[in-house]
Design a protein around this ligand. Structure first.
Ligand SMILES: NC(=O)c1ccc[n+]([C@@H]2O[C@H](COP(=O)([O-])OP(=O)(O)OC[C@H]3O[C@@H](n4cnc5c(N)ncnc54)[C@H](OP(=O)(O)O)[C@@H]3O)[C@@H](O)[C@H]2O)c1
Length: 248
C-alpha cells in the first residue's frame, strides 16, 4: 500500500481528552491535520480544547453502541472529510476473580469499552473510509498483549482480543485502500494509572514522539520503547517473561 501522508488529514481520536490520545491530538494538529477528539467528560474535552484551540470536541461514551452510532452520524455530517480513525479510548480495572462480586459486570463493561467499541466503530466507518484517500484505522493496544499482567486480567484480555482482531482485519480488508495500524505503548505516565504510575513508565511526550515516528515510517505495527523488549522476550522465553512482568 502507498505510504500514508501525515498532514492534511481529518483524524478522529477516541479518548483524546487525556494522556496518549491528547498528546497525539496535539502533535497531529501541529503537523497540519484536523483532529476531532471524543470522551465522556465534557469538562476534560473543554480543557483539551483550551490547550489545543484547533481541536474539535464531541462527547461520546464508546461503551454504548448508541453513542458510537451517534458519533459516526455526527462525523459524517460535520466532518465528512474524516479519513482516519484512531481507537484509543480504554481503561483498566485492577481486580481479582476470587474476591470480587462485581467481577463479571466490570469485565463486561471493560470489554465493551476496550474491544467491542473499536469493533463497532470500525464496522460503522469502514464503507466511509474505503471511499477516502490516505485512510487508516489505528488501534491502540499495549505490550501486555504479549505478556499479560494478573492484576489487570480483563484489560489484558480485551487488548489481546483487539490485537488479534487488528491482525484479521488487516487480512479481511486487504483489498480496500485502508491501512490498518496497531500501536503497542509501554507503561506511560498518564492518568490511566490512577496515581499508581509504574516506575518504568515513560513520559507521554516521548511515547507519542516514537508513535508518530513509526507512523511516518509507514509501519503496520508500532511497538514503542519497552514493548519491543516485551515482544522479544515473549517469543524467546515466554514463561520467564510472564513471571518477570508480573513481578514489576
Ligand atoms: N498509559 C499507559 O501506561 C498505557 C500503556 C499501554 C497502552 N495504553 C493504551 O493507550 C490508550 C490511551 O491510554 P492513556 O494512558 O492515554 O489513558 P488516559 O490518560 O486515562 O486517557 C483515556 C482517555 O479515554 C477516554 N475514555 C475512557 N473511557 C471512555 C469511554 N467509555 N468513551 C469515550 N472515551 C473514554 C478518557 O476520557 P473520559 O474519561 O472523559 O471518557 C480519556 O480521554 C489506551 O488504549 C490504553 O489502553 C496505555
Amino acid at each position: 500500500m502507498k505510504k500514508l501522508q501525515w498532514t492534511g488529514n481529518t483524524v478522529l481520536i477516541t479518548g483524546g481528552s487525556s494522556g496518549i490520545g491528547f498528546e497525539l491530538a496535539k502533535v497531529l494538529s501541529e503537523k497540519g491535520n484536523k483532529v476531532i477528539i471524543c470522551g465522556r467528560s465534557a469538562e476534560k474535552l473543554e480543557k483539551a480544547k483550551r490547550e489545543i484551540p484547533s481541536v474539535h470536541i464531541v462527547q461520546c461514551d464508546v461503551s454504548l453502541n448508541s453513542d458510537c452510532e451517534k458519533l459516526f452520524n455526527w462525523i459524517i455530517k460535520q466532518h465528512p472529510d474524516c479519513n482516519m480513525l484512531i481507537n484509543n479510548a480504554a481503561y483498566a480495572n485492577h481486580m481479582d476473580i476470587s474476591n470480587d462480586d462485581e467481577f463479571v459486570n466490570k469485565a463486561v463493561h471493560e470489554m465493551r469499552t476496550n474491544f467491542i467499541a473499536p469493533v463497532t466503530l470500525i464496522r460503522l466507518f469502514l464503507p466511509h473510509l474505503g471511499m477516502k484517500k490516505n485512510s487508516a484505522v489505528i488501534n491502540v493496544t499495549t505490550g501486555l498483549v504479549y505478556l499479560p499482567k494478573a492484576v489487570e486480567p480483563i484489560y489484558c484480555a480485551s487488548k489481546a482480543a483487539l490485537h488479534s482482531f487488528t491482525q484479521t482485519l488487516r487480512l479481511q480488508i486487504k483489498n480496500l485502500p485502508i491501512k490498518v495500524i496497531e500501536i503497542f505503548p509501554p507503561a506511560v505516565d498518564t492518568p490511566f494509572h490512577q496515581g499508581r504510575v509504574p516506575k518504568i513508565a515513560i513520559s507521554v511526550e516521548s511515547a507519542v514522539k516514537e508513535i508518530v515516528a513509526g507512523l511516518e515510517k509507514n509501519k503496520n505495527e508500532i511497538r514503542v520503547a519497552g514493548s519491543k523488549l516485551v515482544y522479544a522476550i515473549s517469543r524467546i522465553a515466554p514463561a520467564f517473561g510472564l513471571k518477570k512482568i508480573n513481578e514489576l
